[in-house]
Design a protein around this ligand. Structure first.
Ligand code: EPZ
Length: 422
């Protein structure tokens, strides 16, 4: 099992091109199921979750080529000419919950889907009840047994949907299902993340008729079939935010290229409030060492609020900020697993329900720590970059799910980090 060994205390500097957004590429790969024609995705991140989705689609007889390097980017070519069996088996779904994103497209395209229930993960129970309730509103017959969901529908019928709670993949699943439904579907209380608007761009390029994606109400006029398309995935705003924190926590000077600043509004605003110097330039976003970090409270919210996927990274930064910051996690019920590991490095963090109280600055010293989930592992690497001495981050596979060659990129930017096997 791979680990990272980090020698802290070196500033991160230089320039880095941020790759495509994993959480846009995943639903967009699933969208290929909606047509028999080729779909080409560019600027796809070469991360583990993308490979898992490729394996899942190939399991259904989808022709998948890539991801493979294509200049500075990577591309994936997909063709679901025929779908041999519309099933997402447990051994694949258990490694990646986003596999549930094949549910809507499969039942829309083939009239049937059998998908393993994803089960919980480190950060929470992660139910999919809202996905299933909405699919039933579109006329799907849903049964759940032996740990699997089965969905059947001769043809989905458009309906008015109101999500009790904002759900990112729930909105994506239903947008894809509604694209081939008969009649109009209106999704109220939709998630507004940029990845949803990007998925709609692809679906419309495939012939779908979707309006309002990126806002709270999405209108979809169903069509009888969709055709192929080529699409470039938007940059990964969470990877970008993670590197902004890397520059800030190490007192470096880093330019991020290929990012969309308007996808990072809440993150840029919060980091600026803490005294981090961030400049949006025409070539990207530059982060410079703060002349003294100040603490600031934050509460994670659905987009456009401060993203829960940046909460752990922000906590690492607040351990180095002067004052007390209260971090409130409103999206997931158990997303503070990184806190106890940071405390072992010298941080002063007290947990009270869905709030973490961080008192800083406290010097961090290198230690052996264990990653529990994708963003927690990123936060422990960030803490290691700022700590004095050597940090070993175990279970590096978590970080490989969502960050492409992170240790190589950080090395190129001046960090002392290496991957050790065993
Ligand atoms: C997406 O997960 C992202 N994953 C997550 O990123 C991200 O943290 C999350 O959205 C929130 O922004 C992908 O896009 C692949 P939700 P998702 O449905 O869609 C509850 C990462 O680090 N809920 O918006 O699974 C749920 O339990 C990952 O890249 C229900 O109760 O999140 C949670 O508390 C981690 N019933 C809240 O809603 C449902 O049917 C938001 O979940 C669905 C969700």
């Amino acid at each position: 099992m791979d680990k990272f060994r980090i020698e802290g205390g070196y500033p991160i500097g230089g320039a880095l091109r941020v790759g495509g957004a994993k959480n846009a590429a995943l639903p967009e790969m699933a969208a290929c199921l909606l047509t028999a024609e080729p779909v080409e995705l560019r600027n796809v991140p070469q991360v583990k979750d993308i490979l898992t989705m490729a394996r899942l689609l190939a399991h259904m007889n989808v022709e998948v080529s890539g991801p493979r390097a294509d200049g500075e980017e990577a591309r994936v070519d997909l063709r679901a000419a025929t779908i041999s069996h519309a099933e997402a088996p447990y051994d694949l779904v258990k490694t990646m919950r986003a596999s549930v994103l094949v549910l809507g497209p499969l039942v829309a395209r083939t009239g049937y889907a059998r998908v393993s229930m994803p089960g919980g993960c480190a950060i929470g129970a992660r139910p999919i009840n809202l996905h299933l309730k909405a699919l039933e509103r579109l006329g799907a017959e849903i049964t759940t047994e032996h740990g699997y969901v089965e969905a059947r529908a001769r043809r989905l019928r458009g309906a008015r949907l109101l999500f009790d709670r904002i759900t990112v993949t729930g909105t994506e699943n239903l947008m894809m299902a509604a694209a081939l439904a008969e009649g109009e579907t209106v999704i109220e209380n939709a998630a507004r993340e940029p990845e949803i608007a990007d998925l709609a761009v692809l679906l419309n390029a495939m012939g779908a008729r979707i309006e309002g994606a990126g806002g709270a109400t999405i209108r979809i006029q169903g069509t009888s079939s969709l055709h192929g398309a080529t699409h470039a995935v938007i940059p990964d705003r969470i990877a970008a935010g993670t590197f902004l924190v890397a520059g800030a926590i190490t007192g470096g000077n880093l330019l991020l290229r290929g990012v969309k600043p308007d996808h990072l509004g809440a993150v840029i605003e919060k980091l600026t409030e803490c005294g981090v110097v961030i400049r949006v330039e025409n070539s990207g976003i530059r982060v410079e060492a703060a002349r003294g970090l100040k603490s600031a409270d934050v509460s994670t919210e659905e987009y456009p609020g401060f993203p829960t996927d940046m909460q752990a990274q922000y906590m690492a930064l607040m351990t180095q900020a002067r004052g007390t910051s209260i971090i409130t996690e409103t999206i997931f019920e158990n997303r503070f697993l990184h806190a106890s590991e940071m405390v072992r490095m010298g941080a002063d963090i007290a947990l009270h329900g869905n709030q973490a109280v961080v008192r800083g600055p406290t010097p961090l010293t290198g230690a052996s720590v264990i990653a529990s989930d994708l963003r927690a592992s990123a936060s422990l690497v960030l803490a290691g970059l700022a700590a004095q001495g050597t940090t070993i981050v175990d279970r590096a596979y978590h970080i490989d799910r969502g960050y492409e060659r992170i240790e190589e990129k950080l090395q190129e930017l001046g960090a002392r980090i290496e991957r050790i096997s065993g």
